[in-house]
Design a protein around this ligand. Structure first.
Ligand SMILES: *[C@@H]1O[C@H](CO)[C@@H](O)[C@H](O)[C@H]1NC(C)=O
Ligand SMILES: *[C@@H]1O[C@H](CO)[C@@H](O)[C@H](O)[C@H]1NC(C)=O
Length: 320
């Protein structure tokens, strides 16, 4: 009974191992190798130690590139581009996009028996350009854009305080890849980082963005409001002064000729008075200068009582 159960367990375990190795095998099948444009790449034979008697053949997309044993190597393609070492490694120079592809290496024993056969997937990529963060401040919100000038599509990320943001794009226009972070939250100041990368390179740009917030609006508003109030005050002041002057001139015109002199005299007095009381500003809406009562006496035919009152100072002046 116990023996039977143990046997079952072992069987199950064996099945799992087989399944696992199958999955692992398919995932490992074609190792990927990345090369940088305009530089070189070394293609090694994975998990195999080459010996002197071994013959090595390299193929690209089923076309022969090299065949050799030891230092005796035959080149089927561009001699300058490819170089095979005694350890079986293939070096490819001056990498261009067209060098990307499926490479195969086969190793044979001295008797012509296949020892190992491996596939490699080569991908040639350019070094990414430096990205650039741009931004637009609108309605107290930041719209962040990250751009990178290059042909091949890279992976673009926008981060705020080391947190990756979900962005729109990337979109490709006029040789530039672009992502956009729409203005969602009410951010006024924030540190942004744009990261652009591919399998061979990575570059970043950092920016601290400040959008002018409500404080600035209050400040600008108060300055504008203050200047408007000042202008209104100035206009009122000028208006009052002009009105007062106009009133005085009008009064002068109305006054008959005989009393002109008296009026002048009064004006003089008034002026000296106002000079003395200079700091006391008269309110704008004041009707008429105070010496009205005295002027009235002059317009109305002279009466006995006021005459005596005014007689002495005026007589002295009128007849020098
Ligand atoms: C690679 O080299 C060619 C000329 O040799 C040059 O025009 C091109 O800009 C280079 N590319 C890069 C990515 O450096
Ligand atoms: C084989 O030799 C070349 C040149 O000496 C070297 O660059 C390469 O790394 C070697 N490959 C391995 C797998 O050791």
């Amino acid at each position: 009974m116990i023996l039977k159960m143990k046997f079952r367990e072992i069987f199950l375990a064996k099945c799992l191992v087989v399944l696992f190795s199958c999955v692992k095998g398919s995932a490992d099948k074609d190792p990927k190798v990345y090369g940088i444009q305009n530089s070189s790449v070394f293609l090694n034979i994975p998990d195999f130690k080459v010996e002197k008697q071994h013959e090595i053949i390299w193929l690209k997309n089923s076309i022969h590139l090299t065949k050799g044993k030891g230092s005796n190597v035959k080149y089927y393609k561009d001699r300058k581009k490819y170089e095979m070492f005694t350890n079986g490694t293939l070096k490819i120079d001056c990498l261009v996009e067209e060098d990307s592809g499926n490479y195969k290496v086969a190793v044979y024993s001295a008797t012509g028996r296949l020892q190992v056969e491996k596939n490699l997937l080569l991908s040639i990529q350019e070094i990414v350009s430096k990205p650039e963060i741009k931004w637009i401040c609108s309605q107290k919100l930041i719209k962040v854009i990250c751009e990178v000038k290059q042909k091949n599509k890279p992976a673009l990320y926008l981060l705020q305080n080391n947190r990756t943001l979900s962005v729109n794009g990337p979109i490709y226009t006029n040789g530039t890849w672009k992502i956009e972070y729409p203005p969602k939250a009410r951010i006024l100041t924030a540190k942004f980082q744009c990261e652009v990368k591919n399998d061979v390179s990575k570059r970043t740009d950092d920016q601290e963005i400040k959008c002018s917030g409500p404080q600035d609006i209050v400040l600008i508003g108060s300055i504008a409001g203050g200047s408007i109030v000042f202008i209104i005050f100035l206009a009122l002041l000028i208006y009052c002064i002009r009105k007062k002057r106009a009133e005085r001139y009008a009064q002068d015109d109305e006054t008959p000729m005989q009393i002109q002199q008296v009026d002048d005299e009064l004006k003089y007095r008034e002026l000296s008075q106002s000079l003395v009381h200079a700091p006391q500003k008269q309110p704008c809406q004041q009707q008429r200068p105070p010496p009205q009562s005295q002027t009235q006496y002059q317009v109305v035919p002279p009466q006995p009582r006021p005459r005596t009152q005014l007689k002495s100072p005026r007589h002295m002046k009128k007849r020098p």
